[in-house]
Design a protein around this ligand. Sequence first.
Ligand code: SF4
Ligand code: SF4
Length: 96
Amino acid sequence: MKGFRYLDDTAILELSEEKCIGCGNCEQVCPHRIFRVLDGKARIVDRNICMECGACATNCPLDAIYVNPDDGCGCATYIINSWIARFRSKTPSGCG
Ligand code: SF4
Ligand code: SF4
C-alpha cells in the first residue's frame, strides 16, 4: 500500500484523543499505518491515505474513531466494485 494515496481532504476520519486509551489496535489494523500511538494516545499521521475501510473504528474498544464510507469519498467501495466489474468482464458466459 506504500505510495497509495487518495484525493486530499476527502476522507471522513475523526479521532477523539479524549476517549483514546492508547491500546494500539488502530495502529495494528490499519492497512495504511495511519495511526501512531505516542505518549499513550493515538495520533493521525496522514489522513489523506485513509481509504475508509472502517477497520480502525471497528476495532477501537472506546469508540474513539469515527469513519463512515457512506459520508466520505468511498474509495474502498469504489476500488472493490472496480475489481468485481473487471472480474465479471473476464468471466466467460455460462460460468456462474
Ligand atoms: S478507515 Fe481503514 S484506512 Fe482509514 S484509518 Fe481506519 S483502518 Fe486505516
Ligand atoms: S484503538 Fe481506539 S483506544 Fe486504541 S489506540 Fe486506537 S483510538 Fe485509542
